[in-house]
Ligand binder design. Structure first.
Ligand code: ADP
Length: 318
């Protein structure tokens, strides 16, 4: 046989649709997730991420479309799919008053684990999220980030092949977020396949092998970060902080070469340029000769934010 070996497809979604009261939440969505990948489902609030995840988790019924998970047809083999996946829900689903270890053991027992296997899998899951040393403590004493990690341990103790996470880092501090992102990478390195939804582009940029960008229920782009950003590889945005609010009528920059866009802000400017033919000195001269002082300057390469803005005309942070 010639050619590249094809990766095993763990999730195959074809033409998925779901509406609530005639309003479309997921619109003709098709995508695949392959064995061993971390796939980030990125989109702003209301994009359809939770709806998609709830359908894959068998919690919500689609209006139409075909879905197969681990080779099982979602319309026919719901119970096999439930064992195949571990779901980390957006809202915490843990018991505050019993120890971390008992929490994990309880959820694992729902999947039929018992005896020594239950004990060893519970320990393993707690280790995977970095909570083994806290196993005897009750979650009511935990920080928000530790509770979220326990939420993950509860979902993975039955050793699911596929882990589906719905915004697992919402509302926690940056250090705890990094712990969770590291735990996700460890799970992938140990052989799990992970589908992970978020509206934080920095997270998918940091950990996703592949990114699906969703907006208004539709898949608007997909690929690795480099593939998605490739069109913008010659683009840089310079941000200038000035001594006062710039005046659009006196500070004219659009005639300079290489300038793609200029955004006037409260105390400065954001200028996007094509680096192959721009001249930073000309931009700086124009600002200074219009009578402004430059207090600070920074530059930023294109990111997923740029991609999203280009595709939708709006910011991911809106
Ligand atoms: P996300 O997870 O990306 O924030 P959701 O899947 O929660 O997006 O929502 C997609 C769209 O469906 C939104 O317009 C939302 O208002 C709507 N929606 C979600 N759940 C319901 C529901 N139970 N009833 C009515 N509309 C809903």
């Amino acid at each position: 046989m010639e050619g590249e070996p094809t990766m095993e497809e763990i999730i195959v979604v074809e033409k998925l649709n779901k509406s609530y009261q005639h309003k479309s939440a997921v619109n003709n969505l098709s995508f695949t997730v392959c064995q061993g990948e971390i796939v980030g489902l990125l989109g702003p609030n209301g994009a359809g991420k939770s709806t998609t995840i709830n359908i894959l988790s068998t919690i919500l019924k689609p209006d139409s479309g075909n879905i197969s998970i681990g080779g099982y047809d979602l319309a026919k083999d719901k119970s096999k799919i439930k064992k195949f996946i571990g779901i980390v829900p957006q809202d915490l689903a843990i018991y505050e008053e019993i120890s971390a270890e008992k929490n994990v053991a309880f959820f694992a027992s729902l999947y039929g684990l018992h005896g020594s296997e239950l004990k060893s899998q519970t320990c393993k899951a707690l280790q995977q999220v970095g909570l083994y040393d806290h196993r005897a403590e009750k979650p009511k004493t935990f920080s928000g980030g530790m509770k979220r990690r326990l939420n993950i341990a509860c979902a993975i103790a039955h050793a699911p092949k596929l882990i589906i996470m719905d915004e697992p880092t919402v509302g926690i501090d940056p250090q705890s977020r990094n712990h969770i992102l590291e735990a996700i990478l460890t799970l992938r390195d140990q052989g799990s396949t992970i589908l992970y939804s978020t509206h934080y582009m920095e997270e998918v940029e940091a950990i996703a092998d592949r990114i699906l960008i969703l907006d208004e229920g539709k898949l608007i782009a997909s690929g690795t970060k480099d593939e998605l950003c490739q069109r913008f590889e010659n683009q840089v945005t310079y941000s200038f902080t000035l001594d006062r609010k710039p005046d659009e009528t006196t500070l004219i920059l659009s005639g300079l070469s290489g300038i793609q866009s200029v955004a006037f802000e409260e105390q400065g400017l954001a200028i996007t340029v094509n680096i192959t033919n721009e001249n930073l000195s000309n931009i700086i001269s124009a600002i200074l000769s219009a009578g402004y002082q430059i207090k600070a300057m920074s530059s930023k390469e294109a990111s997923l934010e740029t991609v999203f803005l280009d595709l939708t005309g709006k910011s991911l942070r809106d």
